[in-house]
Design a protein around this ligand. Sequence first.
Ligand code: BTN
Length: 247
Amino acid sequence: MKELNKKAILKDLKENDIDIRIFSSIDSTNNECKRQCFDKKYLLITAEEQTKGRGRSGKNWISQKLGNVYMSFAFNNNLKNSPISLITGVIVHSILTKITQSKGFGLKWPNDILLKNKKIGGILVENEIQGNKIKTIIGIGINFNLEEKESWWGDLSEFSKIIERNNLINGITKNLIDYIENENLHWIDSWHYACSHLNKKVKVNSGSKTICEGIFIGINDDGSMNIKLDDKIENFKFGEVSIKGIY
Ligand code: BTN
């Protein structure tokens, strides 16, 4: 696995717009984004390992030095209520699909990245209010290799010769900037297309509790999901879903 490399990550990007820092080790790239002030339009932090990697819902994100992607991208957010975490999922999904030409990638609500129905990546978006500005931090973890894993975890090892990590980070950054500057992605259709459980029966969970079971019939432009129950359609903004045969 090639080391993280500034030049390769910034290829065809406007260097004047992006502050980039690469760490061999850091607590969490999202934490580092929060600590840093940035003079340029965007801040990109990436690291070979994280000692306190964080996942959604207060979970840890295992972040060993195994050639995985741990990146955080921060910007001053003027987007109108776009669910940037789902949009990021669409971006990552489409880049992985394009590079590998594989149909095995999928998304699980809200923003888990799957390969053959196993989780290979996740997204943690955090917002910080600074004066009258909202600084949004998009944290992305994508596993090429994991030493130990639960049965529902996968990795990209089968594509390690095809996907180059710096190239992947470059593609994600380019597409994020393109969305932020132009908002020209039909992301809802793309999200539905990539979804691994559209029209399937799901359990809606909050923490360890199952709230209901129903059919996942899609998302709205705020990123919330619609679940068809026996007699009504229920809308959820928060929580997790689990699906038989996926996880
Ligand atoms: C999830 O729980 O699915 C979200 C995982 C997000 C992990 C990434 S790795 C880079 C960034 N830094 C962190 O501490 N977390 C995110």
